[in-house]
Design a protein around this ligand. Structure first.
Ligand SMILES: Cc1cc2nc3c(=O)[nH]c(=O)nc-3n(C[C@H](O)[C@H](O)[C@H](O)COP(=O)(O)OP(=O)(O)OC[C@H]3O[C@@H](n4cnc5c(N)ncnc54)[C@H](O)[C@@H]3O)c2cc1C
Length: 376
């Protein structure tokens, strides 16, 4: 017996923070939304494994604005549990010029970013200043609860009439006439619009529809220390000379560093990468030596990478009714609220409230593609 097709105005694939944000904003605008999620619960993909940081310290105006808007929304959403613990960036001489231009742009757009000498920054966090030219601190940057935000957006979506189907992986996609037909074990779902919010799986979703989208998974480790012997408030801190990041998580510190070779569907915590993370971390933050490692509190997850480490947002050229909200390359939590709004506007044929032209698929192949932003 074949199951009946289910009709909606928009299918959103993926119930992480991005799919939830898109579903909330689309249904708020009166569209009938069906949200399809492969897993048994929302936020079990990258969203549930993120370091939960939000920052406006980017160099491009688009990234700054997407984060700024999203952080403002999270600050007003109790479930987001926004805590402005700040982001401290330690910047070497190489890269300072571009970084400083980014700070000027952030300040011009109203972000309260401060420039500090490495000596001044010691008042925020102790670190070895060797090789650090200057520091920047964003006092409004901080952390949120990605689960809380996802569930809040889903609640808003449901209030607007959206239907969420869990345990419903899309296994085939076909454009027939004016509609997308999404095959799942629970039947076929059908709508003229399809939002690709399937995170690290977004390239695979596109492949089901017969085209190539450059999004792939890259595994990232989050190592956790045990409780520190002496309490220390550690803002989200990036050492841009080594790529090490760390921040307080309760009494502990969590830390990580990207392994550029770790791409594809590799699973589990890679303990072989621990020395490559700890060595530069201990050089820069010698006080970390007092904290033991807690293997059980450590975790891993997938970044959803693109060639220039920037998201792919907006309508897919040549693929009718297909919108991308994917490829955030490790920044999806901090940009989801704004991207949900942009996606709803695009779906309705309105100009988005933030210009996302630099994030459209069309950038690939253009000379200006490949301009990366601040990334760890
Ligand atoms: C270790 C780590 C640290 C990070 N730190 C930060 C940070 O500090 N700040 C920040 O902003 N971001 C951070 N990120 C990135 C952030 O987690 C992601 O950018 C964000 O969660 C992406 O959300 P999403 O909804 O697009 O993807 P996901 O949360 O992965 O959701 C995609 C969903 O799509 C579903 N899906 C996939 N294929 C299908 C299919 N065929 N059918 C149905 N459903 C499907 C999946 O099951 C999944 O639930 C971090 C990520 C990791 C791994």
């Amino acid at each position: 017996m074949s199951l009946p097709a289910t009709t909606a105005d928009a299918l959103v694939i993926g119930a992480g923070i991005m799919g939830a944000a898109c579903a909330a904003r689309l249904s708020e605008r009166g569209l009938r939304v069906t949200l399809l999620e492969a897993q048994a619960s929302p936020a079990l993909g990258s969203t549930g494994r993120s370091a939960a940081g939000v920052r406006t310290q980017f160099t491009s105006a688009t990234n700054i604005l997407l984060s700024q808007h999203s952080v403002a929304e999270y600050a007003a959403l109790p479930q987001a549990e926004y805590r402005p613990i700040g982001y401290l960036l330690l910047v070497p001489q190489t890269g300072w010029k571009a970084h400083a231009a980014g700070v000027e742009r952030q300040q011009a757009l109203g972000a309260p970013t401060q420039v500090l000498t490495p000596h001044e920054a010691q008042a925020i966090l102790e670190f070895d200043t060797d090789g650090i030219h200057a520091c920047t601190f964003g006092p409004a940057d901080g952390v949120v609860d990605p689960h809380g935000i996802t569930y809040a957006f889903l609640e808003q979506a449901r209030a607007g009439g959206a239907a969420l189907h869990l345990n419903t992986p899309v296994t085939a996609l076909e454009r027939r006439g004016e509609d997308w037909h999404a095959t799942t074990p629970a039947g076929t779902f059908q709508a003229p619009l399809l939002i690709n919010a399937s995170g690290a799986w977004s390239g695979e979703l596109a492949a089901l529809a017969g085209f190539t989208l450059p999004v792939w998974p890259a595994r990232r480790m989050v190592y956790a220390t045990g409780p520190l012997p002496r309490p220390r408030a550690v803002p989200m801190t990036f050492d841009l000379s080594s790529g090490v990041w760390l921040r307080s998580e309760g009494q502990r510190v969590i830390l990580g560093r990207a392994d550029p070779a770790d791409r594809g569907w590799r699973e589990g915590l890679n303990w072989d990468w621990l020395p490559e993370t700890l060595e530069p971390a201990l050089e820069r933050f010698p006080w970390l030596a007092d904290a033991g490692l807690d293997r059980h509190a450590s975790w891993w997850g997938y970044y959803e990478m693109t060639p220039d480490e920037l998201p792919i947002v907006g309508r897919m050229p040549g693929v009718p009714g297909w919108l991308n909200a994917c490829g955030f390359s490790g920044h999806g939590v901090m940009q989801a609220a704004a991207v949900g709004r942009v996606t709803a506007q695009e779906a309705l044929g309105e100009p988005p409230f933030i210009n996302v032209d630099s994030l459209r698929f069309e950038r690939f192949g253009r000379a200006e593609a490949g301009v990366r932003d601040i990334q760890v």
